[in-house]
Design a binder for this molecule. Structure first.
Ligand SMILES: [Ca+2]
Length: 223
């Protein structure tokens, strides 16, 4: 028969073994766009930008009101006349089955607003701009093999306030070697308006054992 001391020790070991793995943490560099340089035309430090996407410092006269810290990311269309995309992303190694969550915050300024769906300029053919947060998975050939995304801003969102975009979850499909977290500004034609982004959270989610399975392992020590 096991001594009480040894059982206690084993139970403690089991509890440690089944405790949640290291809690998920934000893997993004400069997730709040507060790292320098914060100047007109500067790319957001730590991010890979394309099209029109820039770090901006607090400047109420230009509509730059960060959600937190001294900076934010501002993005807008490229005005090419055809469908175009501006944005920012960061990428990380990952494996099939890995779970990733992304959330972000977006705002547009009343002095340079995006146009709402249903506005006069939206008829008969709506060409309004919108912004999405996106998780994309890639194989070794750099082919996008899976993605999830959600709209975080368009002209129907009230201006001059921050909007939390909610959380999206992506699970890496077979053959995944890389994941990207992206914020994308989509401009179908010529509509204007800038989107401001702040406080992006991208984290790998680890499975946490259920209470039932934990208790089951502890009970097994006494059988
Ligand atoms: Ca910030």
């Amino acid at each position: 028969m096991k001594s009480l001391l040894s059982i206690t020790a084993v139970v403690c070991m089991v509890l440690l073994a089944v405790a949640p793995m290291a809690s998920a943490q934000n893997v993004l560099v400069n997730p709040s766009f507060d790292d320098p340089p914060l100047s007109v035309g500067a790319p957001p430090s730590g991010w890979l930008p394309f099209g029109n996407a820039y770090a901006e410092a607090l400047n109420p006269l230009a509509g730059f009101i960060p959600l937190s810290g001294p900076g934010l990311c501002s993005m807008f269309g490229s005005w090419t006349g055809g469908f175009n995309v501006s944005g920012i992303f960061q990428e990380f190694a990952t494996s099939p089955g890995d779970k990733w969550e992304l959330s972000s915050n977006a705002r547009h300024w009343g002095g340079d607003p995006m146009i709402g769906i249903g506005a006069a300029s939206c008829t008969p053919n709506c060409t309004n701009n919108w912004v999405v947060q996106k998780i994309a998975f890639f194989d070794a050939g750099n082919n996008e093999i899976g993605a999830v995304e959600s709209t975080i801003l368009d002209g129907t969102y009230p201006p001059d306030v921050w909007h939390y975009g909610g959380v999206i979850l992506g699970v890496a499909p077979a053959n995944t070697v890389k994941v990207q977290s992206l914020i994308l500004y989509l401009q179908p034609v010529f509509d204007g308006g800038a989107a401001h982004i702040d406080d992006v959270l991208f984290e790998r989610i680890f499975n946490v054992p259920t209470q039932e399975s934990t208790w089951g392992q502890i009970k097994s020590l006494y059988n």
